[in-house]
Design a protein around this ligand. Structure first.
Ligand SMILES: *[C@@H]1O[C@H](CO)[C@@H](O)[C@H](O)[C@H]1NC(C)=O
Ligand SMILES: *[C@@H]1O[C@H](CO)[C@@H](O)[C@H](O)[C@H]1NC(C)=O
Ligand SMILES: *[C@@H]1O[C@H](CO)[C@@H](O)[C@H](O)[C@H]1NC(C)=O
Length: 441
């Protein structure tokens, strides 16, 4: 009994002894030290106190210090839908061909014009794809290095063909452009520096154009931009807006604000309303822009199993591209942590300290690969890689009902931003994939 007690008061210390003069290591030696019970408890108490003070200070610093990243994640909880009926799991999307794999980085949006396909890439180029060839037509930004100069590159996101025969482009950094399809001549018709209701365009994302020269476009956030997109999603910020811009009068007007990462927009067939994909609420809204109900916002489709990106016409309604699907059986990590706001604030701020440090070190070192890694880490790219990807696209009818869905349960074709239906094929765009998807309908 007594022996047992004494044994518990032993403290083991291990140390590596220095080698002798010939360089041979003597190896590890273990010392057993007896400590008087009373002084042992006292020492432990002091250490526990010190540790507690340090941890509390660290916690208070991380939570409240104004010098760290300004991020206040909000709690949310969204309903799930079962994978049944028109959402029943299938493998249709797995049959997608990956065109130009490895050479077409992030073809977000797709426009068809005179037998060619136009898309905008991660490096700021607008390209024409014709007869299996990629031709650079224009560049919204300047020649640059990715990923750390993405702001300089420009980032063409949503694109549409206007009734005037020009290509309209939403650039995440530079604002709205028109482009002549033939010459590639660009015009920055609404630069992002323009103030709309007191805020510059922070994150222009997608647009649609009516017959009267009104452009309806989303500004995804008033706080975050494309370089901080993961923080935008992580915080659940709700500072996004839908803006109307008249190309003739130059007038701008905020139609809806406080949306949670509004993304794709699409005018309804009758032209009376605008469908708006609200990424972080996993729903699609309908805003009436004409008639008796003008200004009213209603839910078009909600409890979607994935984040809706761009929305485009289909032969029977609308196609929507999504990031990654899940249901209540297999929620994503982002769903699981959605309500832990303190944890998210702590992690977000620690991540930004580490990211900023890494970027600074990489700039000091000057190695390109290291710089790219540091930039991507800081931006939070790996958060996407933590998500289990389950590719999905859905077709909706005019009433917001899901007509059909194509799945890629293993994520081999996922993170899709847009579905362009053209001559019996679906062309699948993505903000991150290094290819353009094509699927026979
Ligand atoms: C969720 O999806 C998985 C397959 O991805 C399926 O096995 C499961 O039955 C689904 N659960 C519900 C509730 O739909
Ligand atoms: C969804 O699936 C769960 C688990 O399989 C089941 O308990 C629930 O009744 C289903 N809900 C609907 C609306 O079908
Ligand atoms: C595109 O540029 C060409 C050459 O300048 C011009 O003839 C044509 O009208 C322009 N297209 C549009 C739609 O403005």
């Amino acid at each position: 009994m007594k022996r047992e007690k004494r044994r518990s008061q032993l403290i083991f210390t291990a140390g590596l002894e220095k080698g002798n003069k010939t360089g041979n290591m003597k190896g590890i030696s273990v010392h057993l030290i007896y400590v008087e019970p009373a002084s042992f408890i006292l020492t432990m108490k002091v250490w526990m106190k010190r540790t507690l003070v340090c941890l509390t200070t660290l916690y208070l610093f991380l939570m409240y210090s104004p010098i760290l990243l300004d991020i206040k994640p909000k709690a949310y909880s969204l309903p799930f839908r079962n994978f049944s009926g028109s959402l029943a799991e299938n493998h249709k999307l797995d049959q997608t061909e990956h065109l130009f794999e490895g050479i077409l980085e992030g073809p977000e949006s797709i426009v068809f014009h005179e037998g060619a396909l136009y898309t905008g890439l991660a490096d700021g180029r607008i390209v024409r794809i014709e007869d299996g060839k990629i031709i650079t037509v224009a560049r919204t930004g300047e020649p640059c290095e990715l990923p750390h100069e993405e702001r300089k590159c420009g980032r063409p996101l949503g694109m549409r063909k206007g009734k005037d025969g020009l290509l309209y482009i939403c650039d995440a950094f530079y604002g709205i452009f028109t482009m002549n399809f033939t010459t590639g001549a660009l015009q920055n018709i609404l630069p992002s520096s323009v103030l709309v209701a007191g805020h510059k365009l922070n994150f222009p994302d997608d647009l649609d154009i009516d017959n009267e020269g009104n452009i309806y476009f989303t500004d995804a956030s008033t706080k975050w931009d494309l370089t901080t997109i993961y923080y935008l999603m992580y915080e659940y910020e709700a500072g996004g807006r839908v803006i109307k811009y008249n190309i003739h009068s130059g007038e701008t007007k905020v139609l809806v604000s406080n949306l949670n990462f509004p993304n794709g927009v699409q005018l309804s067939r009758d032209g009376n309303s605008l469908l708006i994909c609200e990424i972080m609420n996993r729903r699609i809204l309908r805003l009436y822009i004409k008639g008796k109900q003008e200004g009213k916002v209603e839910v078009f489709a909600d409890a979607l199993p994935a984040e809706p990106d761009n929305i485009r016409p289909s032969s029977r309604g609308y196609w929507v591209g999504f990031t990654s699907a899940r249901n209540s059986t297999n929620p994503l990590l982002s769903d699981i942590v959605a309500e832990y706001t303190t944890l998210k604030r702590l992690y977000g701020r620690i991540h930004s300290i580490m990211g900023t440090l890494l970027v600074k070190i990489s700039e000091f070192v000057g190695n390109t690969a290291f710089k790219a890694f540091a930039y991507k880490f800081n931006r939070g790219d790996f958060l996407l890689s933590l998500l289990r990807l389950h590719g999905i696209v859905m077709e909706f009818n005019e009433n917001g009902e899901i007509l059909r869905s194509f799945h890629s349960p293993d994520g081999s074709t996922s993170a899709l931003s847009e579905v362009g239906e053209h001559e019996g094929f679906l062309y699948l765009g993505s903000f991150v994939n290094p290819y353009l998807g094509r699927l026979k309908l």
